[in-house]
Design a protein around this ligand. Structure first.
Ligand SMILES: *Cc1c(COP(=O)(O)O)cnc(C)c1O
Length: 419
């Protein structure tokens, strides 16, 4: 019996209703082409660590300095995870307790700024994240948020424009990193801009942490005051976050995470992070990061060859954005037809989008999860054909049916690792 079946059996004995739902979700993941660039597939070892007895332990504080007894072994778990994180990313200090990327960002804000300070982050519709200054997030509620965007000509960051914005708004903190930006960041330029206006630099590498770990993306660690990340996206670990810092911020970061932003750490999640980080010491993971990027380039080339327009003309990382405006389409209809063919993508705003946030003009897609399943260049060509067929024949049920069969065949050829 495979790992998933064994776990379902344990759950079914206690709660058949929940087991039935979880089984359907497993089937959905097994037979769906997952192209959402923020998702990935955690290894069986990560799942086993997360689903373990470490969930039973309270351990507020940091290793060696806890507010509870009985922490000797979880201290070792957390220290091991920290050592691996600092080793992998070349940071002086790692706080591995953040429950998510947003919690890591909250702690980073609390370390580097005071409420009311001015922050300068990338515009949400140009690829930024809610926690970089959106009025509906703590970052825009408790701080004075200003934004910068991409150049209208290239749809890429123009560092002269970012510098001009920084001179104008004089932020206490400059934030870089994005959820929907298909290009690399120039961290040296960003650090130079921050230094010129006397701002701290926070780099949020939530999306591309795995590419940095595998050497497929430049590292922000030498340049930024703080680096935050998620562990569940390209890094291929359990759901969670982290803050990396220079030694001089170590104490302040630890205080900002607990008691500033969170209560007790999730030791089971920290164990999952430790196993995921260990894997990055192996050559296969370096190779994985390179393949994610090579697959994304191939998929982008395939979509362009099918007559689709990509924001900024392509990709340097793991994701890309299709601009539907030339086809007079919007994202919601395309996302829905992809869903019915069991290809998961997400609709997304694109730079200078006139359409509503609820039904924007872009489709965001990426290669981390399909690459984890083992798909390569030939499969990217097939996926480009399938996505393009759905878009060019929107609403044609015969085409949707045919694409669904071909998508399922790809999934069956590259099963999940839980069997
Ligand atoms: C995904 C993401 C986050 C937030 O992560 P959660 O774990 O969903 O809170 C933060 N910043 C960026 C840039 C992201 O892409």
């Amino acid at each position: 019996m495979g790992m998933a079946a064994e776990r379902l059996e344990v759950i079914r004995a206690a709660d058949p209703d929940l087991a039935a739902i979880m089984e359907r979700e497993l089937e959905r993941q097994e037979h769906t082409l997952e192209l959402i660039p923020s998702e990935n597939i955690a290894s069986p070892a990560v799942l086993a660590a997360v689903g373990s007895w470490l969930t039973n332990k309270y351990a507020e504080g940091t290793p060696g300095k806890r507010y509870y007894g009985g922490c000797e072994f979880v201290d070792e778990v957390e220290s091991l995870c920290q050592e691996r994180a600092t080793w992998l990313f070349g940071a002086d200090h790692a706080n591995v307790q953040p429950h998510s990327g947003s919690s890591a960002n909250l702690a980073a804000f609390m370390t580097l700024c005071k409420p009311g300070d001015t922050i300068l982050g990338m515009d949400l519709s140009h690829g930024g994240h809610l926690t970089h200054g959106s009025p509906v997030s703590f970052s825009g509620i408790f701080y004075h948020a200003e934004s910068y965007g991409v150049s209208p000509e290239t749809e890429q960051l123009d560092y002269d424009l970012v510098r001009a914005r920084a001179r104008e708004v004089r932020p206490q903190m400059l934030i870089a990193g994005a959820s929907a930006y298909p290009r690399l960041f120039d961290f040296a330029a960003l650090a130079d801009i921050a230094a010129e206006v006397d701002a701290r630099l926070l780099v949020d590498m939530a999306h591309f942490a795995g590419l940095v770990a595998g050497g497929a993306h430049p590292s922000p660690v030498p340049y930024a005051d703080l680096v935050t990340l998620t562990t569940h996206k390209t890094l291929r670990g359990p759901w969670g976050g982290m803050v990396l810092s220079k030694e001089r911020y170590a104490k302040a970061v630890d205080k900002a995470v607990f008691p500033g932003a969170q209560g007790g750490p999730l030791l089971h999640a920290i164990a999952g992070k430790a196993v995921a980080l260990k894997a990055w010491g192996e050559p296969e993971m370096k190779d994985y990061a390179q393949r994610v990027v090579a697959n994304a380039k191939r998929l982008a080339d395939g979509l362009i060859a099918e007559g689709l327009r990509l924001v900024s003309g392509g990709t340097d990382n793991h994701l890309m954005l299709i601009d539907l405006r030339p086809l007079q389409l919007t994202g919601k209809a395309v996302q829905e037809v992809c869903d019915s063919a069991r290809i998961t993508v997400n609709r997304n705003s694109i730079p200078f989008d006139q359409a509503s946030k609820f039904n924007p003009s872009g489709i965001r897609l990426g290669t981390p999860a399909v690459t984890t399943r083992g798909m390569g260049i030939a499969e990217m060509d097939e996926i480009a054909t399938l996505v393009a067929r759905l878009i060019h024949h929107l609403g044609d049920e015969a085409v949707t049916g045919e694409v669904k069969k071909r998508a399922r065949a790809l999934c069956e050829a590259y099963p999940l690792p839980y069997g």
